[in-house]
Design a protein around this ligand. Structure first.
Ligand code: FES
Length: 384
């Protein structure tokens, strides 16, 4: 967690840099938004603390400022152990930096009029944070910043939380004259994203002996949401479903498939069926050849490397007697994925729609004043 002192220092630094003359070395900044993950074991507590006290992400029924830190402290040792088991930290920063670098190299070639492009990472719960990205951006004399959510499917708990955080950071700061800010909030059905997933699935299916390949069931697994959030109107479940359909269409509906949900925490009801329960149930039905696709993650992190690979594909699979279970890699630096990212940015620049109408419309049952204020602010400030 960033200390109050560091935050004040960063704030002053940002204000100081507002009078900085632009050096024009980098014209367009692509700000890659994600929740992030601890790179080192020592960061796990601060990471959990920030999640548990973020009311956009989690709404505890009472005293979140007391209960949240208590839960974070209590869960730290178990979560640290999981990070130890995947090599000591999350690779999400490594992948995001590489994706940003490859994306900007491609954009420099296909969009010379907005070049040079420079990537910035803004994570929600571990460094580099929003303020780190914006201070760099200002220092680099960026003329135009595109806030690019790295969640293909929009959820108010994830993408929404990142945008609310940016609003809170920028709302009392003067945006320099001529500076352009715009938003890419979701891209669940981008054709190249579907092609990328389809390619990864095909390659994984090839690893199954030919006589068993046709028996495989494709389980698309995405992080679940509390039903309370679903019933509030969160778009995420329908957008994940749209991605699944697009990918299966790309595969010509070659295999039976099912959308399942993972990573539930706490006693409340969450969106199901849960991934582990579905694996057990299919084995009971005699369907023991399974391919798991992390459909809402674009880079490897704890939910793929630990929950899917260790807890489900190894431990659970052995326990219930799965015959073959394979996990499809996340897009990472797949060339089709980098092409998808660059096409999304290029289309955004060409379409001249600085912020989507869907983003500006709140969930029908939203009671979060941060959503109200941030969407209003973005609608006034965004331009291309
Ligand atoms: Fe969805 Fe606020 S909870 S817009």
């Amino acid at each position: 967690m960033i200390s109050k002192q560091k935050f004040l220092h960063l704030g002053k630094e940002f204000l100081r840099l507002q009078s900085f003359s632009s050096n024009m070395n980098a014209k367009t900044g692509i700000v890659l938004l994600n929740m992030g993950g601890p790179e080192r074991i020592e960061q796990v507590h601060d990471y959990l603390y920030k999640i548990m006290t973020d009311r956009d992400m989690i709404q505890l029924p009472i005293a979140q400022d007391i209960l949240g830190p208590w839960i974070a402290k209590r869960r730290t040792p178990a979560v640290q152990k999981k990070y130890e088991e995947i090599g000591g930290g999350s690779p999400i920063l490594k992948w995001t930096k590489l994706q940003g670098k490859l994306l900007c190299e491609k954009l420099d070639k296909i969009s010379p009029q907005t070049a040079p492009h420079k990537p910035y990472v803004a994570f929600r719960y571990v460094p580099p944070f929003t303020e780190d990205a914006f201070i760099k951006l200002q220092k680099d004399g960026i003329e135009r910043a595109i806030l690019f959510s790295q969640y293909p499917q929009f959820s108010c708990a994830t993408s929404g939380s990142s945008f609310n955080e940016i609003y809170k950071f920028l709302k009392n700061r003067t945006i320099p004259n001529g500076f352009k800010l715009s938003i890419i909030d979701r891209w669940p059905t981008h054709p190249l994203l579907a092609k990328c997933f389809a390619d990864l699935i095909r390659k994984t299916l090839q690893q199954i002996p030919e006589d068993k390949r046709n028996k495989a069931i494709i389980l698309f697994s995405a992080h679940s949401l509390p039903l309370k959030a679903v019933n509030r109107g969160d778009a995420y479940p329908s957008e994940v479903g749209a991605t699944v359909h697009q990918v299966m269409q790309e595969l010509n509906f070659s295999h039976p498939y099912q959308l399942v949900w993972q990573s539930k925490v706490g006693p409340l009801a969450w969106l199901g069926p849960m991934t582990d329960e579905a694996i057990k149930a299919y084995v009971k039905q005699g369907k023991k050849v399974l391919v798991i696709v992390p459909i809402a993650f674009v880079n490897e992190h704890i939910e793929t490397l630990h929950e899917l690979d260790i807890e489900y594909c190894k431990e659970l699979a052995e326990e219930v007697g799965v015959e073959i279970i394979l996990r499809v890699p996340t897009p990472n630096d797949h060339p089709l994925f980098i092409e998808a990212l660059s096409d999304i940015v290029l289309t955004h620049l060409r379409n001249k729609i600085p912020v989507s109408k869907k983003f500006l419309n709140r969930c029908p049952h939203c009671v979060n004043v941060s959503c109200l204020n941030s969407k209003k602010w973005f609608s006034e400030i965004c331009s291309l």
